[in-house]
Ligand binder design. Structure first.
Ligand SMILES: [Zn+2]
Length: 459
């Protein structure tokens, strides 16, 4: 050791001696009692304030049980109530007993009422359930929240056990005994009592409750409401879609309280299932033109006929894939563009595909699929999945995925695509679209592109 370090050491030792001799050296509970450690900060906190004592000179007795008289005394002391020994309203509390004053003061404050037969049972061990009632009244707790314990039945009456347990949980005084339980009938130990009381007195000890997941259920419907309480009379605070998972924290009649994504609330059990439901897939197929509007006419073909023929094939193929299909038209009739654009939303569909055939100069061939960027949704992906299959199936030029505000897709709030199968004005494309082989191939490409889209969307 060199000279400098030894001087520093000497100084430090001297400084420590000074501090320990002049400091007010508060005796921590863990230095007094052999049966608690420095981690028992709540016991230390109460001991420092003279609110709790040992069961003997060197023992705190953390696992000893707490009688009702002891609990009333310690809470009365913590609240600064009058502890002068005196007569109480209870026949079984001796006026000369140590807790009589605190018991009577608690009666006067209204947080102790005793048993219906007029007794207080001072030497009976306090349960965790009784402690919840006592603390919630003694500290005038009023706030409740959505708290579930598997062993405390939900009962929103103001004097119920559930309400008392809910209040002390909401106040950060208890998080139960683990596994989603509160254990209301369990006898209260001195250590538990100290923790409860310290958390009631000082926010720095408070804890945050988290509901335990007791089941996982899945929505069987789209737009299932989450509500603030267990009936349709309560406000809607969110919605979940078919197939969404609900982590269930508890049940109340025909309602489950739980969390799904960012939504926490009550969901009707009528729409929850133990098995995952397939998300709904409802596609609108719009065969372009029709009736008085033939669309393009060339090489012996009318566009409205080709469109309807291919559309009916797409309908059959989608249904075989389990996709619901809503057909704007299934016969040679005319509908306005705005009617077609609004049709899907009006009927609960989730996407829209309009099927057309093209016209240009005779040399132009190939397929192309359009989307509109007027609404921010997955229209471009829908168009892309279809186009990627279509030109291959038609064995002609890939003219690509293009952005264009055709009315039926531009005015459509759903993801929407407009498919141009090929050019009726081109003899090669027209010859293909005249055969059932290529109409079947085109339809299959569109149907598979739609399936690709749903699988991507639900990924
Ligand atoms: Zn057209």
């Amino acid at each position: 050791m060199n000279n400098f370090i030894s001087k520093v050491m000497l100084f430090l030792v001297a400084a420590l001696l000074v501090i320990s001799s002049i400091g007010p050296s508060p005796a921590s509970a863990w230095t007094v009692f052999k049966d608690i450690g420095a981690e028992d900060v709540e016991i230390d906190y109460l001991y420092d304030r003279g609110l709790i004592q040992g069961i003997s000179k060197y023992e705190f007795g953390p696992s000893h049980l707490v009688t009702r008289e002891q609990a009333a005394t310690m809470i009365g002391r913590a609240l600064g109530l009058n502890g002068t020994k005196r007569n109480t309203k209870f026949s079984d509390v001796n006026p000369t007993s140590y807790g009589s004053g605190y018991i009577q003061s608690a009666v006067e404050k209204g947080f102790i009422s005793g048993y219906p037969d007029g007794s207080f049972k001072p030497s009976q061990i306090m349960t965790r359930g009784e402690m919840a009632r006592l603390l919630s009244r003694a500290f005038y707790l009023t706030q409740t929240s959505s708290v579930f314990y598997a062993d405390v039945e939900v009962n929103n009456a103001s004097n119920s056990l559930y309400t008392a347990v809910n209040k002390i949980t909401t106040a950060g005084i208890s998080t139960g005994t683990g596994d989603g339980k509160y254990s209301p009938l369990q006898k209260l130990t001195r250590e538990e009592f100290a923790i409860f009381l310290a958390r009631s007195l000082d926010t720095k000890f408070k804890v945050t409750f988290q509901n335990a997941t007791i089941a996982k259920l899945y929505s069987t419907t789209d737009n299932l409401n989450a509500r603030t309480g267990p009936s349709t009379g309560y406000n809607v605070i969110g919605q979940i879609q078919k197939g969404a998972e609900v982590q269930v924290y508890g049940y109340n009649g025909n309602w489950a309280y739980g969390k799904s994504g960012t939504v926490t609330g009550y969901f009707s059990l009528s729409y929850l299932s133990k098995v995952v439901a397939t998300p709904s897939r409802v596609m609108v197929i719009d065969a372009g033109h029709g009736g008085s509007d033939p669309g393009a006419v060339a090489n012996g073909l009318r566009e409205k006929d080709v469109n309807l023929d291919v559309s009916l094939r797409v309908e059959r193929m989608l249904k075989a894939k389990g996709i619901q299909v809503l057909m704007v038209r299934r016969t040679d009739v005319f509908y306005s563009l705005d009617y077609r654009a609004a049709y899907g939303v009006k009927n609960g569909a989730d996407a829209f595909v309009s099927i057309h055939a093209n016209a240009a100069s005779a040399g132009v061939s190939g397929s192309e699929t359009f989307y509109s960027a007027s609404v921010a949704n997955d229209s471009k992906q829908l168009a892309t999945f279809i186009q990627n299959r279509l030109y291959k199936a038609m064995e002609h030029t890939n003219r690509g995925v293009k952005e264009y505000d055709y009315r039926v897709i531009e005015a459509n709030p759903l993801p929407a695509a407009l498919v141009e199968l090929g050019f009726l004005t081109n003899s090669g494309d027209a010859a293909k679209l005249a055969t059932s082989t290529y109409k079947e191939r085109a339809a299959s490409a569109v149907a598979e592109g739609i399936e690709d889209y749903y699988e991507w969307k639900e990924r």
